[in-house]
Design a protein around this ligand. Structure first.
Ligand code: GN1
Ligand code: MG
Length: 374
């Protein structure tokens, strides 16, 4: 049996007396709690998380990465006159001075300070948030552009290798262990018709046409904290997948998550549409913050990356559905199938609007003269 939360809490150097811990957030992977403490007359909150080891096979590697990356970000934020307690994650050490606690059962727990006066959003409420979130993800990438990527563990191998993801998808269709393939033939066909594009970005990387960078790799809208007062994107969270990758993974995955007029698991697909205004605001913010470090080749592939990352995500949901929902947390029957359908609807919309997407990026870069590298 797993130890009670109050026993886990004792392992960390929290301030004050433990009051309660409640499940927190809408992530698909870890068990996340907000733990509340009484410290003098104040209450203090912390984030406490049990790492999902089915997804992250090397939790110690994950924690080593997070420690190194947050230390680097702290230096950059201080140098820019910012507040590292609000602008990056801060790990709480255990009573042994470690950055994680391993239980006798082999579970890994970690804790972070809770960033007060800011919150995450699952849905876009206004274009200022989009622009500000994009700026935050763009500066995250810029701040990490001189981080020695060889120091990072690959926490999930081939995470955004869409070609390898495609092979996994094909195996799940062939094995069809849950006998679900018959029920999702249109979705399976949707993916196989696009087999030819799956390796496009990785091929460009291998040819040396795109630079490898340190990237976040999970740039959902709810992975950026938005300040309650200013509406600025102040802190990027969920650093488990920070590892060598392409800037395009981060751009594309944000568009997938933000430029959707409905929820990721919306059942009524007529409500799921690709929003070009959101795409424009995001492109603006991202290029304002990262345009100067990006190469012309990277900028040119931004529109396509949104299509590819959305296709990849939908394909991963479909693969998990076919494999019996072993990866993502699900909250209802066919949840992963529903999620995959929204992603494919967005892919179709984006394919139709690719010319407009390209024009938007071109207009921004012409105006801002972002082509400084050649
Ligand atoms: C997962 O952990 P969360 O919910 O932020 C997943 C992403 C997917 C996303 C889809 C480690 O992100 O890759 O894009 O769900 N994270 C991992 O919502 O697989
Ligand atoms: Mg996440």
């Amino acid at each position: 049996m797993r130890p009670a939360i109050k026993n886990i809490v004792r392992e960390f150097q929290f301030e004050g007396d433990f009051l309660s811990a409640n499940m927190y957030g809408t992530g698909h992977i870890h068990d996340t709690y907000a733990a509340i403490f009484q410290a003098g007359g104040d209450t203090r909150r912390y984030i406490l998380q049990r790492i999902n080891q089915n997804v992250f096979r090397d939790p110690e590697g994950v924690m080593k990465n997070i420690q190194a990356v947050t230390a680097h970000l702290r230096r950059k934020i201080l140098a820019a006159g910012g507040d590292p307690l609000r602008e990056t994650l801060n790990l709480i050490p255990t009573i042994d001075g470690n950055c994680y606690h391993k239980t006798e059962e082999g579970d890994y727990w970690r804790a972070f300070t809770f960033i007060e006066g800011a919150r995450t959003y699952d849905f876009v409420e206004n274009l200022d948030h989009v622009y500000n979130a994009a700026k935050a993800f763009g500066s995250f990438q810029t701040m990490l552009s001189d981080f020695p990527s060889e120091q990072l563990e690959e926490t999930i191998p081939n995470f955004h290798h869409t070609g390898v993801r495609y092979q996994a998808f094909i195996s799940s269709v062939e094995n069809d262990i849950m006998n679900r393939a018959d029920n999702c033939q249109p979705e399976i066909d949707f993916v196989t018709q696009r087999a030819g594009v799956t390796s496009t970005l990785i091929d460009m990387l291998n040819r040396g046409d795109l630079p490898e960078r340190v990237t976040h790799n999970d740039t959902k809208f709810n992975n950026v904290m938005i300040d309650d007062q200013t509406g600025e994107g102040i802190c990027i969270v969920d650093l488990d997948t920070v590892m060598p990758g392409l800037s395009l993974y981060d751009f594309g995955d944000s568009i997938r998550s933000m430029a959707n007029t409905a929820a990721e698991d919306e059942l009524d697909l007529s409500r799921v549409n690709f929003d070009l205004q959101i795409y424009r605001s995001y492109s603006h913010g991202f290029l304002d913050a990262a345009g100067r470090i990006l190469s012309p080749r990277e900028i040119e592939q931004l529109p396509f990356s949104a299509i590819l990352m959305t296709l990849e995500c939908g394909m991963r949901f479909l693969t998990d559905h076919l494999q019996g929902d072993i990866y993502y947390k699900i909250h209802r029957q066919n949840h992963n199938l529903d999620r995959c359908r929204t992603q494919f609807k967005l892919v179709s919309d984006m394919e139709e609007q690719l010319d407009s997407m390209t024009e938007i990026v071109e207009n921004i870069t012409i105006r801002q003269d972002n082509y400084v590298q050649s």
